[in-house]
Design a protein around this ligand. Sequence first.
Ligand SMILES: [Zn+2]
Length: 385
Amino acid sequence: MVKKTKAKTKHTRTKRARPARSTARGGAPTARTAPPAAAASGTERDLKARLARGPVICAEGYVFELERRGYLQAGAFVPEVIFEHPEVVEQLHLDFVHAGSDVTQALTYYVHREKLRVIGREKDLAPMNRAALRIAKSVARRTGTLFAGDLCNTNIYDPGDPAAVREVARIFAEQVGWAVEAGVDFFIAETFSWAGEALLALEAIKRYSKVPAVVTLAVHKDPDMRDGLSPVEACVRLEAAGADVVGLNCHRGPSTIMPFLKEIRAAVRCHVAGLPVPYRTTPEQPSFVSLTDPCCGNARAFPVGLDPFVCTRDEIAQFGREAYALGVRYLGVCCGAGPHHIRALAESLGRHPPASKYSVDMSKHAFFGTHERIKQIQRDYRPKL
Ligand SMILES: [Zn+2]
């Protein structure tokens, strides 16, 4: 039986984030000068209080975005960039906050003992976790965003192997320990395709911390969890075991995650999370891993050929509106998300993050503009563009 611990409920509603210091030379924000926190999101460090007031946006998919930027290798997907270029990780956190994320999630995804064993860096386990937590905490505290710890799929879970289950529990316990030491505001346990593994992660969070737990499952092409439960049943069990927010992240795009979110919303009482990948998945190929590209001999597009399937900002905005109308309040975008997706999601929920200053305005466009200085000769040329 998982012990239920009471989450911190002290409201600090009167607290305000310090305004961002302006850059001395008046340039664009740098890693040293944080963007201001999204005003609508509040600044208290209580996830549940924020959810009670409205949506909470969480940018995920750091590993994919760092791969795209050239700082991480697709395949192992271990963020060694934490040591090699901590300033890049910090800037990515800041970019997502600037675009509207209410959460700064420590980049400890795949910084667990098993993954570091695979790449031969097990000795770096504790320092790498602590470094990732330090970077995220620094950004969270400067921006008034929530500071989240992160646990994820271990890739060794096997319900029929007691030694493997013990090792998974050890992996979660040690990562929870480093995150508690860093003072996280809540935990995200994510991307589990085994319900049993998700329950183990939740158990570690409840046992070794006093902060809320968001647990999200990932549904592959196979619509069930690998231990046979439906995602809905798995979420019901997670709620019963003390999760504060349950739901889905990763693998499925907006259109193929939505049917599950509807069922989950109807089946649980707690808050629900929905963080799809920003790819155009289909009923035949419902996960981004299953997508094949007709332009490339129907080869599997995952992981570095997914560009033709990327959702537009409008598609992400539509997902945001639909999911929120359904009652899903913890919203985000996972692997493949760029800051433009997060801004589109934030704006779909009525937010105006700092990046909205640069949201599209075609009124002054050279051909399509309506501004009085746009010459008729330019407008007349539109059909030939
Ligand atoms: Zn993902």
